[in-house]
Design a protein around this ligand. Structure first.
Ligand SMILES: [Zn+2]
Length: 274
C-alpha cells in the first residue's frame, strides 16, 4: 500500500533533516535554561520559545505522558493530532512535525530526538501514540461509575489554568512513551506496557513560541489493564514523575532557519465579499 501523504525530500512536510540532525547532536552548543519535575498523576504547563529545544525525560522509569501544545500568543492555534497522524505517522518519529489546526496549518515543532526508537513491533504496535487520546473523567465515569479527578484531561485542565486557558482548550494529545496499535482482526485500539527505562527521552525543536503542557497519566506505565477482564484500579506504584528540560542553542546553530508562517490560503472558502 502507498501512503496517502508522502513527505519526500523537498515536500513541505519534510523538514531539513541535516539541520535537525545537527540540532539533535548539539550537546556542546546547548545551554539548559529550565528544568523541573512533574509529579506523578499531575500536570504542568510551560512556555518554550521558537528556536529552543524541549526534552521530556523518564527520570525514574516507565511513565506515559500526555502532551498538548498551543501558540503561546494565540491559543486558538493548537496541535492538530489527527492531521499530524495522516501527514506523518500514527506513532511520532524523529523528523515528524507537530502541525497546527486550521486556519493556521504550520509546523509548531519538529521531533529531533527519541531514545526509545521502538519502530513497529510484531503486533504492528508503535511508540509515541497519535491513534488514541487522553484519559478523561467523563469516559471514566461512563465505564466505571467512579469519579476520578487525576485523569490526563483534568491534569491538563489544571495545568493550563494559570495561563487563563480552560477545559475546552485541552485537545487531542500525543501520548509520549505509550505503545499502541490496532488489533489485526477488528482494528480495535490496544495498549502495551511502556517500554521506557530510566533516562529515556523524547525531544523536540520549537518552530514557533509555544505553550506546552503535559500530564503524567494516572495509569502510569500501562502495565495493568484499565478496562475489561483482569482490569483493576491502577496502583500508584506503577506511576512515576517525569522531568522536563528546556535548552537554548548558540545562535549560529540557527543560521538559515526561520519560524514558519501560517498558511497563505486566502480563498475565503469560495465566499466573496461584494
Ligand atoms: Zn491518561
Amino acid at each position: 500500500m502507498k501512503p496517502l501523504y508522502e513527505s519526500a525530500a523537498g515536500s513541505p512536510l519534510a523538514g531539513n533533516q541535516r539541520f535537525y540532525g545537527r540540532l539533535a547532536e548539539s550537546v556542546e552548543e546547548r545551554t539548559q535554561v529550565e528544568s523541573f519535575v512533574v509529579p506523578l498523576r499531575s500536570g504542568k504547563a510551560w512556555p518554550v520559545k521558537a528556536g529552543q529545544i524541549c526534552r521530556i525525560v523518564e527520570i525514574e522509569g516507565p511513565q506515559v505522558v500526555d502532551f498538548n501544545a498551543w501558540n503561546l500568543h494565540n491559543p486558538r492555534e493548537r496541535f492538530w493530532a489527527a492531521r499530524t497522524k495522516q501527514l506523518h505517522h500514527a506513532h511520532m518519529q524523529v523528523f515528524d512535525r507537530f502541525w497546527s489546526c486550521l486556519p493556521y496549518l504550520r509546523p509548531m515543532a519538529t521531533v529531533i530526538g527519541d531514545s526509545i526508537n521502538y519502530g513497529i513491533d510484531q503486533d504492528g504496535a508503535g511508540c509515541h501514540d497519535l491513534l488514541g487520546t487522553r484519559c478523561d473523567p467523563y469516559v471514566h465515569k461512563l465505564l466505571s461509575g467512579e469519579e476520578l479527578d487525576v485523569c490526563c484531561h483534568s491534569n491538563l485542565t489544571r495545568a493550563v489554568a494559570p495561563f487563563r486557558l480552560c477545559e475546552t482548550d485541552v485537545h487531542d494529545v500525543l501520548n509520549i512513551f505509550q505503545v499502541t496499535g490496532l488489533t489485526p482482526d477488528k482494528h480495535q485500539y490496544f495498549v502495551k506496557p511502556c517500554p521506557a527505562k530510566k533516562g529515556d527521552y523524547f525531544e523536540f525543536f520549537a518552530e514557533i513560541d509555544l505553550l506546552c503542557a503535559i500530564s503524567t497519566c494516572p495509569h502510569g506505565d500501562m502495565s495493568i489493564p484499565i478496562w475489561g477482564p483482569g482490569a483493576s484500579a491502577a496502583p500508584i506504584d506503577i506511576c512515576r514523575p517525569v522531568g522536563v528540560e528546556v535548552h537554548v542553542l548558540r545562535p549560529e546553530m540557527l543560521v538559515g532557519w526561520h519560524s514558519p508562517a501560517v498558511s497563505s490560503y486566502a480563498g475565503l472558502h469560495g465566499m466573496r465579499l461584494k
